[in-house]
Design a protein around this ligand. Structure first.
Ligand code: ZN
Length: 364
C-alpha cells in the first residue's frame, strides 16, 4: 500500500462483540465505513476477520530480567509485540525512557505507568524506585506526571523477616498516594500476588490490581462493587511452581504460598469474572517473560472459564474502552489485525495474524 493508496478490508469486520460489518476502508490512516470516491485510487484488499489492534494491558518495554535495556533491545521488544498483533501496550512500569517510541510510526502505541514504586528492598533489583512510606505521595506525583495516566505500585512482595509474601505499605500511605494520583488525573494499579494487601488498596480507591492471585471469596464482592479491574497475567503465573522450587530451601513458607496461589489460579479468575470484576489481558512481557504472548494469555483466560468472546474483548474492544482508546469506529486511527478465521469461535487464531495494520500502514 502506498501513502496515496487505500486499504480495503473485507470479510468480517468485528467492530464490537456483536457489531459485525462486511467491510471497512483505511483512508489517510483512518477508518471509514464509506467507500472513498476519489478517482484513480490505488486499492489494496485484505480479506478476513478484522479486530481492533490487540491490547497487552500488562507489558514492560525497556526492561528485562536485570533492569533497564538499551533502546535497540526495547525496539525489538516493541516489534515482537506488534508482530503478535498487539498494537496498544499498557506499560506496567519501566525504568527506561521509551518516549522515543511515540515518534515511530512502525511501533505500537504505549500507555506508560512511569517507573515501578516499591518499598525498600521489596522488589526485583534495578526495576523500581525503592522508597519508604513517607515518600510515597511525592513519588506517586512524580510518576503520575511522567506517565500516560497510570501509576504502578508494588503492593506486596516477599518479606524476608517473615519469610512469606507480605503487604508493602500502610493503609494511610496508600490512601494519600492514590488520592494524589487521582488529583493529578492518573489511575493507580498495583502488583499483588497475595491476599493481605488487597482490602487496603481497594478501600483506598485503587483502580486495578495486577496478577490478583490472592483474591478470595470475601474480597471479590468488594472488587466488583468498586469496579476494580484485574489483569491476571496467567502466562506469568504459570512460572510460580518454578519460582517456588527455587526458593524452597530459603523461604519454605513463601514457596508453599506461591504454590497455593498457583493451584487455585483458574478458580480465582473464574470467580472474579462471574462476580462482574472487569478482567483484562496482560502478559507481563519484559520482566522475565518474552514479548508477543498475547494469544497465549487469551487462551489461558478461556481455560480459566471465561467465554471466548469475552476473552477476546479483554484484549480488544473491552480493553481499548477501559484504556480510553478507540477501536474500529469511523474516523479512528486504523490500528487493526486481520485473521483467517473468527477469533470468537476459536481464540487460537489470534496466534497467527494474517495482516497487521498500524496507523493505516500494513506492517505485517
Ligand atoms: Zn509486570
Amino acid at each position: 500500500m502506498t501513502d496515496a493508496g487505500v486499504l480495503h478490508v473485507k470479510g468480517r469486520v468485528l467492530a464490537g462483540p456483536d457489531d459485525v460489518r462486511d467491510e471497512l476502508w483505511v483512508v489517510d490512516g483512518r477508518i471509514s465505513y464509506d467507500r472513498p470516491v476519489r478517482p484513480g485510487l490505488d486499492v489494496t484488499t485484505v480479506d478476513g476477520w478484522a479486530l481492533p489492534g490487540l491490547v497487552d494491558a500488562h507489558c514492560h518495554v525497556g526492561l528485562d530480567t536485570h533492569g533497564p535495556v538499551p533502546a535497540e533491545t526495547a525496539e525489538k521488544q516493541a516489534l515482537t509485540d506488534r508482530d503478535a498483533g498487539t498494537l496498544l501496550l499498557r506499560d506496567a512500569g519501566s525504568p527506561s525512557d521509551t518516549r522515543w517510541v511515540d515518534d515511530r510510526e512502525d511501533l505500537p502505541r504505549i500507555i506508560r505507568a512511569g517507573r515501578h514504586i516499591a518499598r525498600t528492598r521489596r522488589y526485583i533489583r534495578n526495576y523500581a524506585h525503592e522508597i519508604e512510606p513517607e515518600d510515597l505521595v511525592a513519588y506517586v506525583a512524580q510518576e503520575a506526571r511522567r506517565g500516560d495516566g497510570w501509576v504502578k505500585l508494588v503492593g506486596d512482595w516477599i518479606d524476608r523477616g517473615t519469610g512469606d509474601l507480605g503487604a508493602c505499605w500502610p493503609r494511610d500511605a496508600v490512601e494519600a498516594a492514590i488520592g494524589e494520583a487521582h488529583r493529578l488525573g492518573a489511575r493507580v494499579t498495583a502488583h499483588c500476588f497475595a491476599e493481605d494487601s488487597l482490602r487496603d488498596l481497594v478501600e483506598a480507591g485503587i483502580d486495578c490490581i495486577e496478577h490478583a492471585t490472592g483474591l478470595t471469596d470475601d474480597l471479590i464482592p468488594l472488587f466488583a462493587e468498586r469496579g476494580v479491574a484485574i489483569v491476571p497475567t496467567l502466562v506469568n503465573i504459570a512460572t510460580f511452581p518454578d519460582l517456588a522450587a527455587g526458593g524452597e530451601q530459603k523461604f519454605p513458607r513463601w514457596s508453599a504460598h506461591m504454590r497455593r496461589l498457583y493451584d487455585r489460579r483458574y478458580d480465582t479468575v473464574r470467580s472474579a469474572y462471574d462476580a462482574g470484576i472487569p478482567v483484562y489481558v496482560g502478559t507481563d512481557a519484559g520482566g522475565s517473560l518474552a514479548h508477543g504472548l498475547v494469544a497465549g494469555e487469551v487462551a489461558e483466560l478461556v481455560r480459566a472459564g471465561i467465554p471466548p468472546v469475552e476473552a477476546v474483548s479483554a484484549t480488544a474492544w473491552g480493553a481499548r474502552k477501559w484504556l480510553g482508546r478507540p477501536g474500529l469506529e469511523e474516523g479512528a486511527p486504523a490500528d487493526l489485525v486481520v485473521y483467517g478465521a473468527d477469533p470468537r469461535a476459536d481464540v487460537g487464531v489470534l496466534g497467527s495474524p494474517r495482516r497487521i495494520v498500524l496507523r493505516g500502514r500494513v506492517v505485517g
